[in-house]
Design a protein around this ligand. Structure first.
Ligand SMILES: Cc1cc2nc3c(=O)[nH]c(=O)nc-3n(C[C@H](O)[C@H](O)[C@H](O)COP(=O)(O)O)c2cc1C
Length: 177
């Protein structure tokens, strides 16, 4: 499996993506960040409601504070960039769908990052109020916007083999349970 091409085939990308929690110091260009955010914004959403916002963190002081607010986010303090995916439920056309919309955008972002040779990991925030409240305070996120997930981004400083055992025939049923 090659990672040297400019971008990978979509199935190759899906099957080889891993959570990367160690990054090189190398800068991630603004152009590349915008390309990844574009991929996120092309995710499907209920009635195309696109209830998302993307808060891009490049300030090392802010990045280093994240691990003090979240118990499983140590790697964010080492990353050159992180994207906080947020949702604005009041923009929904179909009540309750914003979480799924934001999850789709998050996965698109993770896959685009991997396809472009960057490493990332989905750091869950919503629905844990004890993670959302301090993050909201640190970043000035308004009360009508929900911080959903944090995605640190950086050139990988670790390589993880693709998973090999995740196709589980027993989880598939045909026609009736
Ligand atoms: C909703 C969600 C929340 C997660 N939260 C965290 C987290 O807080 N910290 C972390 O290091 N990884 C987190 N992960 C990453 C998972 O641990 C990881 O995806 C899983 O172990 C499978 O590994 P893989 O991504 O390499 O396939 C989260 C993943 C999801 C989907």
């Amino acid at each position: 499996m090659t990672h040297t091409k400019e971008s990978m085939d979509v199935l190759e990308t899906i099957l080889s993506r891993r959570s990367i929690r160690s990054y090189q110091r190398k800068e991630v260009s603004l152009e590349l960040i915008k390309e990844l955010l574009k991929a996120a914004m092309y995710a499907p959403s209920a009635a195309d409601e696109q209830p998302w916002h993307f808060l891009v963190l490049t300030d090392p002081t802010l990045l280093e504070k994240i691990p003090t607010l979240h118990p499983y986010a140590a790697m964010v303090g080492q990353a050159p960039v992180a994207v906080v995916v947020c949702g604005e439920p009041s923009t929904e056309k179909h009540a309750g769908m914003w979480v799924q919309d934001c999850a789709a955008a998050t996965e698109n972002l993770l896959l685009a990052a991997h396809a472009k040779g960057l490493g990332s990991v989905w750091v869950g925030v919503y629905p844990r109020e004890e993670r959302m409240a301090p993050l909201r305070k640190l970043l000035g996120i308004p009360a009508n916007v929900q911080p959903f997930a944090i995605l640190p981004l950086g050139y990988p400083a670790e390589y993880l083999e693709p998973k090999e055992d995740h196709y589980r025939e027993e989880r598939i049923r045909w026609n009736r349970w």
